[in-house]
Design a protein around this ligand. Sequence first.
Ligand SMILES: Nc1nc2c(c(=O)[nH]1)N[C@H]1C(S)=C(S)[C@@H](COP(=O)(O)O)O[C@H]1N2
Ligand SMILES: [Mo]
Length: 230
Amino acid sequence: MADDEQTRRIVAARLALRERWQAKVKATPGVADARPLGSGPTNRHGMPQVPPGQTVTTKWPVLDLGERPQVSTASWRLTVDGAVRTSLELDFPGLLKLPQVQVSADFHCVTTWSLLDSRWGGVSLATVAAAAGLAEDATHVLTHGLDGYTTNLSLDEALKDDVLLVHTWNGQPLPYEHGGPVRVITPQLYAWKGAKWIGRLEFLTQDVLGFWEERGYSNTAHPWRDDRYS
Ligand SMILES: Nc1nc2c(c(=O)[nH]1)N[C@H]1C(S)=C(S)[C@@H](COP(=O)(O)O)O[C@H]1N2
Ligand SMILES: [Mo]
C-alpha cells in the first residue's frame, strides 16, 4: 500500500490541502487559535453549528487511500494484541456477542465536510480492550485497517464511551465503502482517527504515529479546536 500510483495521487492531493490550510493559517493567525470546547452534550457541545471550518454534507462522501478490501462478515477477523494480558482474535459472531451500544454522533472529516446525526451501532472499543485486558503500561493503540491504513489514539481518547467498532449505520449494515463490515469511529476527533475495515487493535506502551499523523496531520485531531495539522 501507499506506493501505487493511485495512492500517490491521493496522498499528494491531501498534502496539497494541508499546505493551503497552513498558508491560510499564516495569513489569518486568528484561525489557529485554540477554542474552548464548549460544555453541551458530547460531540455537538450544545452548539447548533459545526466546528470551525466545517460545512454540513447530507451525502456521506467516501474517503480512503483508494484501496478497498472486500471483507465479508464470514471472513472478517479482528486481532487484539500488543500490550494486553491475552491476545484475542474476534470474528463477526464473536463481536455480536459482546455488549452492543448505539451512539448518535456527528462525523467530521478534516477535508472540511461534516455528516451530522448518524446513528452508529456497534461495540465500544473499551469493551474489546477489557476483553483482552490491558497491560498496566499500555498508553496508546495503533488501529490497523485491512487496506494497510493505520491511525493512532491515546488510551484517553480510545477508551471514551463513544469510540466504537461500528457494524451498523442508521439501522443498516455499514456499507463496505465506508469500512464495512466493521470500522472504528471517534466522534470527538476528526474522522481519519477511525480506521475503516478494522483488522487489528495493537495496544502500545508508547505512541506510534499512524499513516496521516506521520504525514503532518495533528496527533490530537480535535475538531472543536480546529486542530487539523501539526
Ligand atoms: N482503513 C482506512 N480507514 C480510513 C481511511 C483510509 O484510507 N483507510 N481514511 C480515513 C479518513 S481520512 C476519513 S475522513 C474517513 C472517511 O470515512 P468514509 O469514507 O466512510 O467517509 O475514514 C478514515 N479511515
Ligand atoms: Mo479525512
